[in-house]
Design a protein. Structure first.
Length: 328
């Protein structure tokens, strides 16, 4: 019996989380406990967003350091390049590498809404693809490779073997980026980011599984081979749904909006948001998604309940709690 093994277990679907850097002292005090709870679930990585223009540089770094030094989970740093010169972007990358961060999500970022894009300096880097290349270049210059001639291996392979690796993910837009100028531009942009050295894509929110699955089909047909992780968010209030839909420039799905509006208590809204995220995650994984990336809004209860209902973490994960009284 000691040697008995379960041969066929449940399908293991990897998952990961996104948090944002705290914007107040009170939020900063709460984040470590949230990260601890998320980390205990065993994600592949926890990513930390970055305020375009560098506004959150120090608080992002602090959250990433917390993940790196206090959990067994890999931290992933979002970085944006809009408005930066080449030299500034290089220094920023160096600073994150010096802090021990080796996993990035390279983004172009957006100018603030009140800034006129035509007049404002967009910076030297016009797209996320150029940032992907710059991250690889900075790392290559920073870590000198050890040239060891091993018999039978070409020189390039030697260089690769002895250089500490960075991994760079990028964003993908199943419903099209709001600024896309033609159908297919988002697939072309993703292909360019892959060519620049990205090894993973994470999607913007989408509200129908079919939108993600059709985008992946189009990307594969165009030659995109990197995994495309669906970004899923349990949305537990109507006001938050309206706000995130506005930010992503998407129409909020009428049925979900109506269900959140009809729910009379926080607990009911929590259940509606969780149920919707579980349905979306189930549909995309059934359709072949390589995992689930959960937007947490710096709260662990909803995302851990989603994972518990998907059977990916033990059902003892905390359910609705008093800390989940979210405002949009
Ligand atoms: P790009 O990939 O460079 O371009 C976006 C789109 O523009 C493309 O899909 C394509 O349609 C078009 N495009 C690309 N290249 C060209 C070109 N050469 N000419 C014309 N059009 C082109 N923002 C933040 O500020 N901080 C964050 O932490 C953050 N995290 C995010 C995480 C995820 C998973 C996602 C999906 C988005 C995130 N964003 C974040 C938002 C992101 O910065 C914006 O969506 C931004 O508008 C585009 O960034 P990008 O990296 O996709 O840009």
């Amino acid at each position: 019996a000691v040697f008995a093994r379960v041969i066929e277990g449940p399908v293991v679907i990897p998952f990961s989380f996104e948090v944002y850097p705290p914007r107040s002292a009170a939020a900063a005090a709460e984040l470590p406990a949230t990260i601890d709870a998320l980390a205990a679930a065993g994600p592949e990585f926890i990513s930390v967003t970055f305020g375009a223009g560098g506004s959150s540089r120090d608080s992002s770094l602090e959250a990433l350091r917390y993940v790196r030094e206090n959990t067994a989970v890999k931290p992933m740093a979002h970085l944006t390049c809009v408005g930066s010169s080449h030299a500034e972007a290089g220094l920023l990358i160096r600073r994150f590498l010096d802090a021990g961060i080796t996993s990035f999500l390279a983004l172009r970022g957006d100018l603030p809404h009140d800034v006129d894009g035509a007049a404002a300096p967009l910076g030297d880097l016009g797209s996320a693809g150029e940032l992907v290349q710059l991250i690889h270049r900075v790392q290559a210059e920073r870590v000198p490779y050890t040239e060891v001639q091993l018999p039978g291996l070409p020189h390039a392979a030697q260089v690769d073997r002895h250089r500490a690796k960075v991994t760079v993910a990028v964003a993908a837009f199943p419903n099209g980026h709001p600024r896309s100028r033609f159908d297919g531009q988002d697939v072309d942009a993703l292909l360019a980011k892959q060519a620049a050295g990205a090894t993973l894509a994470i999607t913007q929110l989408f509200f129908e599984a079919e939108h993600y699955l059709a985008f992946v089909d189009r990307a594969r047909a165009a030659g995109v081979t990197i995994p495309i992780l669906p970004g899923v968010m349990p949305v537990t209030s109507a006001s938050r749904l309206r706000r995130i839909a506005e930010l992503a420039e998407l129409t909020p799905p009428p049925r979900l909006l109506a269900a959140l509006e009809a729910a009379g208590t926080d607990e009911q809204r929590f259940a509606v948001g969780v149920e919707n995220a579980v349905a979306l995650a189930s549909a995309v994984t059934a359709g072949g998604a390589p995992g689930i990336h959960l937007y947490t809004f710096n709260r662990h209860e909803a995302v851990l309940t989603v994972l518990a209902e998907l059977g990916l973490v033990p059902a003892s994960a905390p359910k609705y709690g008093t800390r989940n009284k979210e405002s949009a």
